[in-house]
Ligand binder design. Sequence first.
Ligand code: ZN
Ligand code: ZN
Length: 243
Amino acid sequence: MFPTNCLLCEQELTEPWGASICPGCWESLQPFTGPSCERCGLPFASPLAADFVDSLCGQCRQGENEFDMARSFGFYTGNLRKAILQLKFHRREHLAIRLGALLAQPFEALCASGLTIVAPVPLHPSRRRQRGFNQAELLARGLVRRLRGEMRGLQLAAGSLRRIRPTLPQVGLSVSARRQNVSGVFSVARPEQVRNRRVVLVDDVMTTGATLSACAAALKRAGASRVLALSLARATPQFPDSA
Ligand SMILES: [Zn+2]
Ligand SMILES: [Zn+2]
């Protein structure tokens, strides 16, 4: 049995595969390849901006993020946003695996090679119990499954990070409130797993980068040599996540 309508456009599905998304909607999910901040991947409003100074956005020039680099597949808008909401609120595992595979594209930009730990951004245990799963972990699984053939050193470490206290939802908070909200809430369960290792953090949506940065800080404290942040969608001020 499969739902007879596409989760995104609601047209009738004629094929059982595709994680309940029609071929046309899958085709509409295309990676962002325009000019962006060299470090965090924030898209620049115009191609000209990429030629300025050192190709860094304001936030990166001020050194506000703890991760070494961040990239996203696309923007948190349209069909990609709809797909993430379907995954997040309906536990669609097949969809997560397919969406996680899309992370292979921005993963390339991170130039990770050799032994690399893939660590999903954790939920607090109470939130996880409530939801029944962690969408970031499902995406990380999809990524690792997609790359396993070509990257032998890739290792999923789902439990390597822990959220040690619950936090307010980041949606609707200012940039500084977001940073404060997640400051010190992450810890590394098994530091020996990440020490002197390259770690790729995985999350569904990156907005200001506060959560990924707080995770990166914990990983760096535990001895990770490099922390790279990967997300499916970037919510920029032009595409606010509160919409
Ligand atoms: Zn569709
Ligand atoms: Zn930046």
